[in-house]
Every structure is written in structure tokens, then in C-alpha cells.
Design a protein around this ligand. Structure first.
Ligand code: PRP
Ligand code: URA
Length: 212
């Protein structure tokens, strides 16, 4: 897997405020969105475009527009929803599919409770949104759903990742055979005994939406 750790002082600044336990939910949601917009700039560096001609008020010019089929953005519910608007700001014409997953806090494996994806993803560029790549179970399952539908261009956009999660995705991708790119604001030290990223930012879903 190609791992791209975004290196920019604004990203580091916003990530630091996100980590801070004193940051309240409204501020957390706003910052997560802003961070994703900055990450989306990196994540879409290879988005497919095609040439197009336009007329300026002065003369004819050549440029590009996004190619068809439109990219597909897939937030993993719940916490990935907090990243959707930030991504759509840069890719307003992208279509949106949904995966609902919850990590079983005993086995740490992801249970899928919702799935709304196009049947055929061949030729589509897919952008998976999930703030936390911890054990990697949720992202591995999401990649599995996309590949089963024919996706062969997958970019995961995360706020934080643990080395253990990155290693798991790399291991599983060996048998899947589809290249995946990870764009992330930071790679932290490790997982704790509960599968939380250390130092991390806590439970992303709870910090976005409260404990339910
Ligand atoms: C969190 C997070 C990821 C997952 C990461 O979701 O948003 O989806 O855990 O952990 P993993 O890499 O070990 O799978 P959670 O299951 O807490 O659900 P939520 O988004 O509804 O809060
Ligand atoms: N899910 C979270 O929200 N945070 C972590 O640190 C790990 C999984």
C-alpha cells in the first residue's frame, strides 16, 4: 500500500486541536471537515480528467474536466460521515455510497450493518473515508466490499492510523491484488490493549456525535 502522510503545518495544527480532549464536539466537527478538505487535495492528485475546450471572454482555451464515470466517495458510518462534507467540497460531483460498520469491542472485528453501494464499480475511482485506521478491520472489510464489485482504484482517506492497522491492510492486500493508497494526517505510535490508537484522539464517533 502506498502510504502518504500529509506534511503541512496547517494539517499538524488542526490535528493537534482535534487530539486535545478539551475540544468540544462542534469544534471537533468543523476541524475534521477542514482537515479532510486539505487531505482531499492530496488524495485526489490522480483523479482522472479529460481534455476540454472552453471560450474565455478573450479567446479559446484548453483545460480539463473530471472524467466519467464520476468518482465514488464512501464514508464508513458513523465517524466517516464527519468527513463527507470536507471531501465533497473538493469533489462536489462525486457520487456517494455508504457502509455502516461497528467494531465489536471484544473481538475488535468490524460488523457491517449497512451497505449501499453501486453494483458495478469497474472503472470507478473510489475514496473511502474513515477517520481512524486502528486494527484495520473496518478498512479491510470496506476494501473487500469495493473489490467484490470490481473496484480497482481505491484511496483511503484517514485522519490517524496505527502501524498495526497499516500492516494488516498491507498483508490482506497481498491476496486481494488491488493497489490501495492511504492518505493520512498522522501515523501514531501503537494500539493500546483496547485497540485504541495511542496517543490518537479517542473515540472519533463519540467525539463527533456523542456517546450512543
Ligand atoms: C471506529 C472508526 C473506524 C474503526 C476503526 O468506528 O471510526 O471505523 O473504529 O477501528 P479498526 O481499524 O480497529 O476497525 P466504530 O466501530 O467505533 O464505529 P462508529 O464510527 O460508529 O463510532
Ligand atoms: N476507533 C476510534 O474511534 N478510535 C480509536 O483510537 C480506535 C478505533
Amino acid at each position: 500500500m502506498q502510504v502518504h502522510v500529509a506534511d503541512h503545518p496547517l494539517i499538524s495544527h488542526k490535528l493537534t486541536v482535534l487530539r486535545d480532549e478539551r475540544t468540544d464536539s462542534p469544534t471537533f466537527r468543523r476541524l475534521a471537515e477542514e482537515l479532510v478538505t486539505l487531505l482531499a487535495y492530496e488524495a485526489t492528485r490522480d483523479v482522472r480528467v479529460e481534455p476540454v475546450e472552453v471560450r474565455t471572454p478573450v479567446a479559446a482555451a484548453t483545460g480539463v474536466r473530471l472524467s466519467e464515470p464520476r468518482p465514488l466517495v464512501v464514508p464508513i458510518l458513523r465517524a466517516g460521515l464527519g468527513m463527507l462534507e470536507g471531501m465533497q467540497r473538493l469533489l462536489p460531483t462525486a457520487e456517494v455510497g455508504f457502509l455502516g460498520m461497528i467494531r465489536n469491542e471484544e473481538t475488535l472485528e468490524a460488523d457491517t450493518y449497512a451497505e449501499r453501494l453501486p453494483d458495478d464499480l469497474s472503472g470507478r475511482q473510489c475514496y473511502v473515508l474513515d477517520p481512524m485506521l486502528a486494527t484495520g478491520g473496518s478498512l479491510a472489510a470496506a476494501i473487500g466490499f469495493l473489490v467484490k464489485r470490481g473496484a480497482d482504484h481505491i484511496t483511503a482517506v484517514c485522519l490517524l492510523a496505527a502501524p498495526e492497522g497499516i500492516e494488516r491492510i498491507e498483508r490482506e492486500l497481498e491476496s486481494i491484488g488491488v493497489p490501495v493508497t492511504l492518505v493520512v494526517a498522522g501515523v501514531d505510535d501503537r494500539l493500546d490493549e483496547n485497540g485504541y490508537i495511542v496517543p490518537g484522539l479517542g473515540d472519533a464517533g463519540d467525539r463527533l456525535y456523542g456517546v450512543v
